[in-house]
Design a protein around this ligand. Structure first.
Ligand SMILES: [Zn+2]
Length: 453
């Protein structure tokens, strides 16, 4: 086949030109998996080309530069950019699991460099975060970074976002601004905190797409959710690794706040293909970038770090180079955690609604000098801002109850809730001072209130 599309190049400025990301190759949709990829790119001699996989040659003849690109791993969403750049290499060495170095370079076109008054120090931070993320994800997922190199490149538009074709990461030019400048864009302190967390995790999220999106991709747009949900979950791992447990917890809390603010009407799985509320993209984001990763957080809290990590590894390793659907993830969860996991995916991924809980709890001394804590938890599944009750439905989940004793010390008891009402009774050795449910957001509720008697 011979094919011509001379208008497929976006000529943004002297120093930045790129193909449209929505698709520019014939017969290829954005998330189609290209099993074998080899491409020859010819440009005017003065430009540097950023391509896919690895560069196998770069020659100049007269005024024409010819670069050849090949990927030894299937690719999705191939993108070609060329321009005149200011470049910085990572000072952290990214490596394949066998030790082979992976060059990680950041490129900002020269026009943007002066237009946005960027300084090299900002570039160094971003490119180092990318290299660190590669090393971290290889350690967590035990699957190699799929390509020979990673190029980060600015998108000259003044936007705060990232996007990740195979072996390339686009960053909107605002990502290169200093944290201080950006925090001033927010209208409140909360915005400033969210923006600064976004800034610290955006590169890690995009690098996450090299595993979730490139290594494992979705079979169709009805199963796109996990590409975002797992890249986002990976970036929370990065926050935990780079900034400590507190930042992971803060990210989880932010997911929760976003879900409760937007109240998506479509399920996580369907949000990519269905209307999910009046807030449009905000509802979609709440489902796919917040509720989806929260579901993985619940799995980690319910089954523990070790089993969860094993699950993530099985997921990454057995699904590598495949195009998958939600059921593939569920089957692996069933192997990793044991037993049927359909209920979990029905609740959090395929289904709609959020549990709203009321509890009633009391304690009393027993003859043996200990204390009995007893009560019940009732649940309703509600949907949307007006809390429409979804009749006849109930969620299953492990809700931790934290008992703080009067004389110091604490005890954690896990309560398995199931059905509309769950009664509980257990003994503790000392007198409780406080009894707290779901204290660290281990599971997701719309609300959990004490019953008013
Ligand atoms: Zn993403």
């Amino acid at each position: 086949m011979q094919w011509e599309n001379p208008k497929a190049i976006r000529d943004y400025s002297y120093s930045f030109k790129a193909v449209p990301r929505g698709g520019w190759l014939p017969l290829l949709r954005i998330f189609d998996l290209v099993e074998e990829f080899e491409l020859t790119v010819k440009t005017p001699e003065e430009y540097k080309v950023l391509g896919i996989g690895g560069k196998i040659s770069d020659t100049v003849e007269g005024e024409v530069r010819t670069t050849k690109w090949r990927a030894d791993h299937p690719v999705t969403f191939p993108s070609i950019i060329y321009g005149d750049y200011f470049e910085v290499e990572s000072s952290v060495q990214a490596k394949k699991i066998d030790g082979t170095p992976i060059p990680v370079t950041i490129h900002v076109d020269k026009v943007s460099m002066s237009e946005y008054q960027l300084v090299p120090r900002q570039l160094q931070t971003l490119v180092d975060e990318a290299a660190q993320s590669i090393n971290l994800y290889e350690a967590i997922f035990q699957v190699d970074y799929p390509f020979d190199k990673l190029d980060l490149v600015n998108d000259p538009v003044p936007a705060l976002y990232g996007q990740a074709p195979s072996s390339v990461i686009y960053l909107g030019s605002l990502v290169f601004r200093s944290m201080g400048t950006l925090a001033n864009l927010g209208s409140s302190r909360m915005d400033a905190t969210r923006i600064s967390r976004f800034m610290r995790s955006v590169v890690a999220h995009e690098v996450g797409h090299q595993w979730w999106g490139a290594s494992v991709s979705n079979a169709n747009s009805g199963n796109y959710w996990f590409v975002e949900s797992l890249a986002e979950y990976a970036s929370a791992y990065y926050l935990e690794y780079a900034y400590g447990q507190k930042e992971y917890d803060a990210q989880v809390k932010e997911w929760r706040d976003t879900i409760l603010r937007a109240e998506p009407l479509a399920s996580v799985q369907n949000a990519s293909i269905m209307w999910s509320g009046d807030k449009g993209f905000g509802n979609y984001q709440a489902a796919v970038y917040n509720k989806g990763p929260y579901a993985f957080h619940i799995l980690r809290e319910t089954f523990g770090d070790e089993k969860f990590l094993r699950f993530m590894r099985m997921l990454s390793r057995s699904l590598a180079k495949k195009q998958i659907v939600t059921r593939d993830i569920q089957y692996i969860a069933e192997v990793a955690f044991g037993g049927d996991m359909g209920w979990f995916f029905d609740q959090w991924i395929r289904g709609i609604g959020m549990p709203q809980l009321t509890y009633d709890v009391s304690y009393r001394a027993t003859e043996d000098g200990q204390y009995v804590v007893e009560g019940k938890v009732q649940q309703e599944i509600v949907l949307g801002e007006d809390d429409t009750v979804l009749e006849g439905r109930a969620f299953r989940g492990a809700v931790p109850i934290l008992i703080e004793y009067r004389d110091g010390g604490e005890h954690e008891q896990v309560l398995l809730i199931e059905g509309e009402e769950t009664e509980f009774r257990f003994k503790v050795p000392k007198e409780p001072r406080k009894i707290l449910f779901n204290n660290s957001g281990e599971i997701l509720f719309k609300s959990m209130d004490k019953a008013s008697l």
